[in-house]
Design a protein around this ligand. Sequence first.
Ligand code: F6R
Length: 614
Amino acid sequence: MCGIIGYSGYRPAVPLLVEGLHRLEYRGYDSSGVAFDVLDRINVIKAEGKLSNLEAKLDSEMTLLATTGIGHTRWATHGLPVERNAHPHLSQDGAIAIVHNGIIENFQQLKDELTAKGHTFLSDTDTEVLAHLIGEERLSAPTLLDAFAAALRRAHGAYAVVLLSPEEHGVLYAARMSAPLLLGVGAGECFIGSDIPAFLPYTRDVVFLSDGEIVRVENESWEVFGLESLESRTSAKSVTRIAWDMHAAAKDGFKHFMLKEIMEQPRVIKDCLTGRLTGYGVDRRVSLPELDGLPVPSRLHIVACGTSYNAGLWGRQLIERMGGIPVDVDIASEFRYRDPILRPDEMVLVISQSGETADTLAALQLARGKGCRVIGLCNVVGSSIARESDVVLYTQAGPEISVASTKAMCSQMTLLALIALYFGQRRSPAVCDPSLLEALEALSGRLQEELPLMNERAKQLAEKFARTRGFFYLGRGCCEALAYEGALKLKEISYIHAEGYAAGEMKHGPIALVDSDFSSFALALDDDLFPKVKSNIQEILARRGRVIALVQRRGTGMAPRIEAEEVWELPASHPVAAGFLALPALQLFSYHVADYLGNDVDQPRNLAKSVTVE
Ligand code: F6R
C-alpha cells in the first residue's frame, strides 16, 4: 500500500530514488513522484500511472544535482489516481515536502481547521493535509523536528512518512505509526524505505523503526527520537545485517517475478526444512525450538488474509489430524471485530507474508490484549507482526515481489506441516509419521524435476481455456483450501471471474452457473475423497460444463480413469505432499492465462502487495 523512499548522501538522489521506486512498485502503481532539494528550493515531479510515466518527465539536468530527496509510488486511498493526488505533497508555503503511506483518519477535521486559517488545498488527499499541518506547526515550533512531531501527535491513523525541507539542507525526517518504515545505513549515506529491496543494492544494514518513533538522517548519521517527548532512543536501536541479496530481488531472466517466484518453490521448501528436522531413521523428528517454551494449546485460532488465509485453511486439516489440536481459521478483518472468545490456554497463529497487513496486525493485538499467546508466521524479518508476536517462525521464502503471492504460500504450508508434526510429537513423542517426513524431504527435488513439465502443460491449458466465461475451482479435504487459492490466483491476475468451492457444496446453488461456456478446475488428487470428487465432476459434465481434472498417477505409474475435457496428470506422492505439487499447477495455470491475455501479471489492476489499510 504505497511505497516510500528517502535518500541523504553523496550520490545523485533522483536516479537512485527512481530505481528504489521500481523495486517498491509492487506496493502500488496508481501514480508516482519525487521531491528533491536544489538551490534551496524543493522541486516536485510527479505523474499519473506507472513509474515509466514519471521517468519520461525526469529529463532535466537539475535532477542530477540533488543528493537528498524523497519518492513515492501510490496505491490510492483518498482521491482518484490522478496526478494532482500523487505524492510528494507540499505545505502551504512550499517549504516542506512529504511522502506518506497510510491513512490519516481525522484528516477532514484537520482540513476544516486549516481551511478556516486560510489554507488552500490542491489535492483530495489526507497527505496534503498533513503537509499543511506540519507547515502550520512550524510557525510556532522552535525547530522543524518539533513541528513535525507536533503535527504527528495530532494525526490519528496509520502513517509512514518522510519529510524534506531546504530549511535543513541534506536532512530527512521520517516517522512511523502502524505502517512499515526502515532505515538503511550505508557508508556516507542513509536510506529510508517501506521495504528492504528499496535500498538493497546499496546496503544490507538496517535499523527497524518502531511505532511512535522519528528518525533524523543526514548522510551517514542518524538519530532516533520518541514521538511524544522527543527523547533520544538512538542507543536503544541496533543495526541488523539482512541476509537477502540483490539476486533475490531481480527477475533473473524470467519474464515476470511471478514466474520466477513459482519456480523458486523447490528452494523455498528446502530452506524451510533446513535445521528443522533432526535425528535419523525412526528417530527423525521435527525441531521448532521457537515453540519449545510454549504449552501445547487446547485450541488454535489461525488468523490471516487472502492467500495466507488459504494456507491457514490447508494447515487446519493437518494440525487437527496430526497435531490433535482443534483449529479455527478466521479472516483477520472479521476476527478483529467479532469479539472472539479466546481462553488463556488457547493460542492464536497469525500468518502473513509481509508481516504488515493491517487487519492481521490488529487481530494479533486484540488476541494479545485478551491475554492469549500469539505465534507469528512471517516472511519479512523485523516486520510489525514478527515483532509483536510472542514467538515468530520465519518462513524464509526470500523477497516476494510479484503482487500475487505464490512462494510465500508454499513456505507457509511447509511450516504448517512442521507445526502439525511438532505438536503431534509433543502430545505423544512416539508419534511421528516417518513416511511424511521422508515425503517432505524428497519434495524439493521432486518439484524441481516436475516444474518444467507443469509449466508446459499449464501453458497449453491456459491457451485453451483463457476465453471461458468463468471458473469453479473444486476440491475436498486439504484440496478445498487449494481450490480457494486457485480461484483467487486466477481472478486477481487474469480478471476472469472464478470461485473456489468445497466440491460437495457446488450442487447447493452454484451449479446453476454451469453451461458449455463455463469451466471447472477440479482437484481430484490421490486421497480418500477421490471417488467423491469424481462424482462431482460427472455432475458438471452432465450439464455440459467444461472440466480440467487435476489428478495424480498411482504407484503403477498410471493415472486413474476419469472423464473430463482435459486431464492434467501429476506424479504419485504422499497425500500431504500432493498439495505442494497441486499448488504450483494452479499458480502456473493462472500465470499463463493472464500472460496469454496480455495482462500486467506482476502488477494486476487495483491491487497492492502489502495491505496496510483496513
Ligand atoms: C494474493 C495476495 C493477497 C495476500 C494478502 C495477505 O495473491 O497476495 O491475498 O495474501 O493480502 O498478505 P500477507 O500475507 O502479507 O498478510
